[in-house]
Design a protein around this ligand. Structure first.
Ligand SMILES: CC(C)(COP(=O)(O)OP(=O)(O)OC[C@H]1O[C@@H](n2cnc3c(N)ncnc32)[C@H](O)[C@@H]1OP(=O)(O)O)[C@@H](O)C(=O)NCCC(=O)NCCS
Length: 151
């Protein structure tokens, strides 16, 4: 079930607690494929259809942006951590504050749900998203290093 969580200037923001059968799913797949081709994300499917949720933006009945989140259980700390798995805005609508609107709804919901932190992994090639998250008050806390053993 999708819930309308905000409406401004004919822009509707919806929240759905799981990705399954979302009306934004094909938009998400197309944007993710584009991000792979641009080298901003890995060639994997990082989300779980049942446990991940999403906030998405619709203008004039067209999906124009999405944030996918997941909730990871931290056994040692006995709490859940909220993470942004993927975010993308339609090319024609970037730099107009759409991501900020989606992000604000996610953060608002995360606080109400009592999550202690909100985090995201950012590809090293994605300086744009890094700048974007810094503008939301995020700080860079670690480097993830990998070596490909098989591709
Ligand atoms: C990253 C992305 C989601 C941002 O969406 P957007 O709707 O254009 O972002 P907004 O207009 O809401 O801007 C959000 C904030 O980031 C800042 N910002 C965005 N790009 C920036 C840049 N290159 N440098 C500095 N600040 C930047 C904006 O100034 C704004 O700051 P504010 O909240 O203080 O005003 C969008 O560019 C996108 O879809 N990129 C392609 C997909 C992608 O790479 N996703 C990330 C991988 S998960």
């Amino acid at each position: 079930m999708s819930y309308l969580v905000s409406t401004t200037d004919n822009l509707n923001i919806f929240h759905k607690r799981n990705l399954c059968y979302s009306e934004a799913y094909s938009f998400l797949l197309k944007q993710y494929a584009e991000a792979i081709d641009e080298g901003k994300v890995f060639s994997i499917t990082p989300w779980n259809n049942d446990t991940c949720g999403l906030f998405y933006a619709k203008k004039d009945d067209k999906i124009i942006g999405v944030i996918v989140y997941d909730t990871d259980y931290n056994e040692r700390k006995n709490n859940y951590i909220l993470g942004i798995i993927f975010a993308s805005i339609d090319k024609d609508y970037r730099n107009k504050g759409i991501y900020s609107k989606l992000y604000n709804q996610l953060e608002h919901w995360g606080k109400i749900e009592g999550f202690p932190v909100l985090g995201t992994l950012i590809h090293k090639n994605d300086s744009n998203f890094m700048a974007c998250m810094k503008s939301k008050g995020f700080t860079h806390i670690m480097y993830k290093t990998i070596k490909y053993l098989d591709r």
